[in-house]
Write a protein that binds this ligand. Structure first.
Ligand code: ZN
Length: 172
């Protein structure tokens, strides 16, 4: 699993090398300490990260049709993104030259096409427990005072709830 998660991160970097090889001078310039980045630079750098993430997903799933193999790769991609959440000291997922952490994670979640109920459940649990761990590690309130407000019919409802809390933190 760790190897797959590391592979995902490696594919992301490879995506930069492949997709942004024509932008090396630009990247060097905007990342030099004497350069004042503009909003347009932030946007362009964020777009490059989205492209590299997308490249990583495509590379991970190229010619992988077996359900179990796809499950493992989705699990690895989720864990690779969650691992960045756990480096934060506050429950804020914002970034300047990167897309917000929750947006990057959501883009992977949207691509999940695993049908097997057991695999699907494990992916859902990894996501929802991962996000709750993020709140717990950053000492954020995520369990409402009324326990009845913390009951969900399915894991999608729970993950929607958790992502809404993240949105609320970003809006602060
Ligand atoms: Zn990157």
């Amino acid at each position: 699993m760790l190897v797959l998660a590391a592979t995902y991160l490696m594919f992301h970097e490879m995506g930069h090398l492949v997709l942004h090889r024509y932008a090396v001078e630009y990247i060097e310039r905007v990342k030099s300490p004497f350069y004042d980045q503009t909003d347009d630079d932030h946007r362009r750098l964020r777009m490059m990260e989205i492209q590299a993430d997308s490249y990583a997903v495509d590379a991970m799933f190229e010619s992988i049709n077996d359900e179990h193999d796809r499950f493992l790769r989705f699990l690895a991609a989720i864990i690779a993104h969650l691992s960045e959440f756990f480096l934060r000291h506050v429950p804020n997922t914002k970034a300047i030259n990167y897309p917000h952490l929750d947006e990057r994670l959501k883009r992977v979640i949207k691509k999940i096409d695993v049908q097997h109920p057991g695999y699907k459940m494990q992916l859902d649990l990894t996501l929802t427990i991962g996000l709750q761990t993020f709140f717990a590690l950053t000492f954020a309130e995520y369990i409402p005072s009324e326990m009845k407000d913390f009951a969900f019919n399915d894991s999608d409802q729970l993950s929607d709830y958790l992502f809404r809390l993240i949105d609320a933190w970003k809006a602060k």
